[in-house]
Design a protein around this ligand. Structure first.
Ligand code: ZN
Length: 269
């Protein structure tokens, strides 16, 4: 599932490729995706793309009429920039024809993705979200105030998009490993001296992955179809039984809120 580094990789690529371009045609092939668009997607026609923003795992394509085209990739969604006439893969739900005949295609086999055209004004889908994990305002003090108000274990806390937006299972596990904190520890019991290191571990993990174009297990590719290469740098995620790169104890797995957590029982306290 694409998390912040994967979505930001796509955002940067799209910002380069589609900013200033006009959408000339909309081929919407209605299939049941997550959520319901308040405005019909056909109304994307004749709009110019002004900017591509992101909040957490949401892409926000800003249009010249102040509307926003919101895209969430869900589990298997892809937003692919394609040359005119290039062969169509299966599971295409939307094709936007751009002003020089290139296309932007949304492909999603499992259909947990979301496409919405939103009227001007605040975006309701992200209104209840917390600060983006790569926002400059995500400081040690901000994290400290969030931790203090949480009764959840640290792992669940990091996955809670209403606290911090953008972190999913991979980067929650990896950030806790980097910070040497147990995923089971209650968020509000995080020692004060560990809050700065946890904030730094989150930001560094996300930035390191971003530098490698994200992590690809099987589905994720960027806007022109390239996988990310951060997989080989993962310390604990999906490495149950392998030696911890720091202390060499075997990486363990536990289930928290129905999701696998990978951690080192030797050096995460
Ligand atoms: Zn260890």
């Amino acid at each position: 599932m694409p998390e912040l580094p994967e979505v930001e990789t796509i955002r940067r690529g799209l910002a380069r490729l589609v900013t200033g371009r006009r959408i000339e045609g909309v081929d919407h092939r209605p299939a049941r995706l997550r959520g319901v668009s308040p405005l019909p997607l056909d109304r994307l026609a004749d709009r110019r793309i002004e900017r591509v923003d992101r909040h957490g795992k949401f892409l926000l394509v800003r249009l010249d009429d102040a509307h926003t085209f919101l895209v969430h990739l869900g589990m298997t969604g892809k937003l692919l920039f394609a040359a005119p006439g290039s062969p169509e893969p299966p599971h295409i739900h939307l094709v936007l024809s751009l002003d020089d005949d290139e296309e932007l295609r949304f492909i999603d086999p499992r259909r947990f993705g979301m496409l919405k055209l939103l009227p001007p004004g605040p975006v309701a889908d992200t209104a209840h979200y917390g600060i983006d994990a790569l926002d400059a305002g995500f400081t040690e003090a901000h994290l400290a105030s969030l931790l203090g108000g949480s009764r959840a274990p640290l792992k669940a806390f990091l996955l809670d998009q209403t606290k911090i937006a953008g972190i999913g299972n991979i980067y929650a596990c990896e950030a806790l490993w980097r910070a040497g904190l147990s995923p089971r520890r209650l968020a509000r019991n995080t020692p004060k001296r560990k809050i700065g290191p946890l904030r730094d571990a989150i930001v560094a993990t996300l930035n390191d992955s971003l530098a490698q174009g994200g992590t690809s297990f099987n589905d994720y590719v960027d806007e022109i179809g390239r996988p990310g290469t951060f997989l080989t740098a993962l310390a604990v995620f999906q490495r149950e039984g392998a030696p911890c790169p720091r202390c060499e104890r075997a990486v363990a797995r536990l289930v928290q809120s129905n999701r696998s957590t990978f951690y080192c029982p030797g050096c995460q306290r």
